[in-house]
Design a protein around this ligand. Sequence first.
Ligand code: 26Q
Length: 822
Amino acid sequence: QVCSEDTRTGVLVETLKRSFLNNLFYVQGKFPGIATQNDYYMALAYMVRDRLLHRWIGTAATYTKQQTRTVAYLSAEFLMGPQLGNNLINLGIYDQVNQAMSELGFNLEDLLEQEEEPGLGNGGLGRLAACYLDSMATLGLASIGYGIRYEFGIFDQDIRDGWQVERTDKWLRYGNPWEVERPEWSVEVKLGGHTEHYVDQTGRGRVNWIPYEVVQGIPFDTPILGYRTNTANTLRLWTAQASESFDFDAFNSGDYLGAVYEKMASENVSKVLYPNDDVSQGKRLRLTQQIFFVSCSLQDMFRIMKAQEIPLHQFADKFAIQLNDTHPAIAVAELMRLLIDEHSMDWDEAWGITQRTLSYTNHTLLPEALERWPIDLFGNLLPRHLEIIYEINHRFLDEVRIKFPDDEDRISRLSLIDESGERYVRMAHLACVGSHAINGVAELHTQLLKQDVLRDFAEMYPHKFSNKTNGVTPRRFIALSNPPLTQLITDKIGDRWLTQLEDLRQLEPYAEDLEFQHQWQSIKRATKASLAAYIYKQNGISVNPDSMFGIQAKRIHEYKRQHLNVLYIITLYNRLKANPDLDITPRTFLFGGKAAPGYFMAKLMIKLINSVGEVVNRDPEVRDRLKVVFLKDYNVKLAQRVYPAADLSEQISTAGKEASGTGNMKFALNGALTIGTLDGANIEIREEVGAENFFLFGLTAQEVYDLRGQGYCPRDYYDSNPELKLALDRINSGFFSHGDTDLFKPLTDSLIYHDPFFLLADYQSYIEAQERVSQLYQDQSAWTRMAILNVARMGKFSSDRSIQDYCDEIWHVDPVKIELSN
Ligand code: 26Q
């Protein structure tokens, strides 16, 4: 009976063992003894992939047959994290595979550790896209994620002498078992050149775009399995390849090497992920990446329409396209171009389809992050798109004039073209005009969008705006990353909470239960001990698992204020030096995160953290009570180790700057308490868990705004607060920099004389909140009670809820049931 199970689909332990060895032999071409650890990982990955393909094919067949309405999620980034463990969880075979591996003498954890994660994103925005794919599949929605298959993802971070050093991320080095290449669905993307206008036989004006070059896009598909469902959707990422057919002139003219050189250039398009998540630098290659993946993806949708014999005028009924920030906003012009130039549709019908199909999510309020392209660069690369944008703008501004007569200031503020100095195309404006729905990612963020960054659009099109508060997938960020907590919760309330996260409420009665508190504490203690072991291996620092773990893990940014956290560390240090017998709550301060390679201040912040750590960790007078650790190369894999081990989650951005945050949710869901400002989703987290279960500090967004208006003078805070002054002076004295008094000057000067992110204004309030944290930690029962209540009340922040909101209010798509044959 055991042997009757199919080698490629069976899930009994015996079948899994046979299947694993079979793959080792026939796929890797190895046998136990000469195989490497990576061979074993690959054999296991292929074993799991076999079990996905069954559902993948069944899903595709169902969608094709039923001509299902499909969500196309367009994103320049998908920060997927390792695939093996998550697929085991979603397939529901984690325990069987664990047993099969151990019976064969392997440790599953070690094999999971082998996987090189696809780091095809910078941070929050890319990870959100990945959580949304998981939720869409889990809810049974037909969806395709479209993006770029970067050959090099986000750089690997090394720390040398306390400084960040970047290394290229060669994630494809040992092969990628999760993707399937689909060369038969390759498409071509035109770039550069010029347009020619003419009138055809029917008297219709037409445009011929004669490009300078053509790049080919090849799709690579990765299955995205929902949690315990048969739905397996697709992540389709495009790789750029030279198109030989187009450049054959160069080959024919005998300039073989010249032609090959041109080929190499076009293959650069999907070479590397841009590692900044703040400033838009207006680089030609970046715009090329955007048109490349957007055009490939839209052409792919046209292909699907044709294959399913759906007439083009039904495009908006077949696809709902979500634009993940403005990175794919060129879709507005490209969809118009495809409909009009390539499929002979007239303007008005094409425009109706475009607006009904597209919707746009904004992820930032920082003005320097808003994408704009110099007109010359834009017109040079995309001459036809610029013409279309001018036409869209012309018609749009006429519409504005009707709604707001005689308001030329408004016209120039709303224009798709910024003409205040050098001329630019404003991508957020293009996205707003071309979409029927626009959303922010947390209540405060949406509110600020409407009254600030996109105010004129909110006045023009109030009905387009709505909020969709972010969420995270509980499968990866609890079930996979924290098995003991998952087990404890499931023992009490069953396992429905993994897809109905609001069920966590049923934990509330156990908050007071001492027995339950005890189990809770021992799980936290164990995950902290395991992170401590990792830290000892990585950093050679021994940290005490009984100390409080306060963690700030996120990209390094001035607005996220890692240096405010450092000012608190220095303050504690100074207190201990002044009063060595001071009784404080022992603390370990952990940091993780990458700085954009060109962001000098952020890199200096990393150096500061490490420099302070070096002094504090070595000082025999304090090192048993204070430790500072910088975890290098923070990525999804490391994040999964970090969230379960946190006591305290640091969410301390300047109010009004963090659009939402999603790490804040992952920490709280793993039983960390939050110290935070009224920023982004912190506000909603606090509302849910209760103000009494959240450590609040700092100015509100309104207060920050007002203070800025009054003329903020950080120097006054420095002069009047002795502990703050001492902390900054310590840095400036060279105490943490081997006597170098210049090293951190750019940072301290910026704080004392400009302080664009209001650290000094928030310092005292932060210190006091930290004191309340330390106090409460002394009462472990009260702390644990609060942590349990936090988890019990975090149900809102499942990405399943976010996706349901998008479905109900923007996409209007329904779930599709997938029945598998045999
Ligand atoms: C733009 C132009 C050129 C090169 C790069 C970029 C670029 C790339 C990535 C700009 C921004 C990003 C990423 C932004 C991001 O991650 N934003 C975060 O999105 C999260 C999900 O909504 C929010 O939770 C965070 O608050 C927000 O900072």
